[in-house]
Write a protein that binds this ligand. Structure first.
Ligand code: FAD
Length: 406
């Protein structure tokens, strides 16, 4: 049972947070930055801005606790270059699987249609490794890199309002807070986005991702390839190890199921339905599905590129403004790039300069993420191949920023 003293302490913590944010700012006071959402992009941005002396950043997350859901994630060189800048490269290299190549195979014959060279080759070309890892390990590393006490869990944003003393935020637990800058890093169903630009649901693609991680001990044989995408006529499955020990396997599918729209990490998928959907696939794929103990199911959404991501002192970041299909494995990578560019734009900015800084961020990032959204949607091997150099070669720490007003 939760004790009264615990609740009292929690309330005090909330109060301190709100009091601190509601203090009228002096001219010299640092910007009060509120980040909505402690996902991949929100945490990356927080880690970056909180390294600046005097930065006052608070993160508000709707979840009451963080869960290690069964999902893998690829971090391509463009993302790892950003994460290097906040000191995470070493940890991620230790946690991640780094194959020499990732295979693309024909679903039934297993014929190799493209061997994408990774390992030392990709590192030499683009200046950073390509990592395959557990999403929970990436999230945990980001969490370790933000200052203690800056995240308020159990705070679901419900309303925001721009006033003379800043942006007033209202949460579902009754707490209110004030900030000079608000970053909506609240994912594909962003409340901040809706408040800024009105309701408009992201587009359900008619496809679902079955995804899970499980112990490699359950397999009779090691995976045929450390990382492989098996291309069927109207569906595919990606399978890879998520750590250097090769003892945990991940797969994610794109499977047509036009009637499914529910979206939740806890939504179980039916293993028999999944096995039937991949019954025509190669025995190496079927062996993985046979070994899998349980699976989650996730509706795949995307959105046409938006014209704007910011309004006055409020801006969007990551899936909140550019949700994309996972076919180029760039959703989190683009959120992490956003974080670096946004932190650069906000560097040394005072209250009067916030809106221009957010506009510079939007104009710098929008063309790149819009292009990746459009190409990812195609799920076309030739188109993806043609983009690799531009996607992996980008460095968000040095990319030129669009200048506003000069
Ligand atoms: P999220 O990480 O979703 O975080 C949003 C946060 O906001 C959450 O913590 C949420 O609880 C919180 N939140 C939401 N609403 C509120 C509210 N009202 N108040 C407070 N908090 C709120 N990307 C890659 O780079 N590589 C991959 O290999 C890859 N594979 C993928 C596979 C699949 C099947 C899918 C679906 C996606 C994949 N992605 C991949 C994409 C990646 O997961 C997302 O693009 C990335 O997580 C987006 O980060 P984000 O910070 O914008 O949002």
């Amino acid at each position: 049972m939760v004790s009264f003293s615990f609740l009292f302490a929690l309330r005090l913590e909330y109060r301190t947070l709100v009091d601190e944010l509601e203090m009228p700012p002096s001219k010299e006071a640092p910007l009060r930055i509120a980040v909505i959402g402690a996902g991949i992009g929100g945490l990356a941005f927080t880690a970056m801005v909180s390294r600046e002396p005097g930065a006052q950043v608070r993160v508000f997350e709707q979840a009451k606790a963080f869960a290690r859901v069964g999902a893998g994630i690829q971090q391509s060189p463009n993302s790892v270059k950003v994460l290097r800048g906040i000191g995470l490269e070493g940890t991620l290299r230790q946690k991640a699987f780094r194959p020499d190549a990732s295979l693309n195979r024909q679903f039934d014959t297993g014929e190799t249609t493209w061997e994408r060279r990774l390992g030392a080759e990709v590192e030499a070309l683009y200046g950073a490794p390509h990592l395959y890892m557990h999403r929970g390990d990436l999230h945990a590393a980001l969490l370790d890199s933000v200052p203690d006490g800056c995240i308020a869990l159990g705070h679901k944003l419900e309303g925001l309002e721009v006033g003379a003393s800043g942006v007033k935020l209202r949460f579902d637990n009754g707490v209110e807070a004030i900030a000079d800058v608000v970053i909506g890093a609240d994912g594909v169903h962003s409340v901040v986005r809706e408040k800024l630009f009105g309701p408009e649901a992201p587009r359900f693609t008619g496809r679902v991702a079955y995804r899970t991680t499980f112990s490699a001990e359950r397999l009779d044989e090691p995976l045929l390839d450390g990382s492989c995408k098996w291309w069927g006529p109207d569906r595919h499955i990606v399978i890879y190890y998520v750590n250097p020990r090769r003892d945990e396997v991940y797969f994610v599918t794109s499977t047509p199921e036009p009637d499914f729209t529910q979206e939740s990490w806890s939504q179980e998928g039916d293993l028999e339905t999944l096995k039937v959907a991949y019954a025509e696939f190669h025995p190496a794929v079927k062996a993985v599905l046979e070994a899998c103990p349980r699976v989650h199911k996730w509706a795949l959404f995307d959105r046409d590129p938006m014209a704007r991501w910011h309004e006055g002192p409020i801006a969007l970041l990551g899936d909140a403004c550019h949700p994309m299909t996972p076919y180029m494995a760039q959703g989190a990578a683009q959120a992490i790039e956003d974080a670096a560019v946004l932190s650069r734009c906000l560097l040394k900015v005072d209250r009067a300069g916030v809106s221009d800084a957010l506009l510079a961020y939007e104009r710098t990032r929008l063309p790149r993420t819009s292009r990746i959204q459009r190409i990812s949607r195609l799920n076309d091997m030739a188109a993806i191949k043609a983009e690799i150099a531009a996607v992996y070669g980008y460095d968000a720490w040095t990319a030129p920023l669009v200048k506003i007003g000069s």
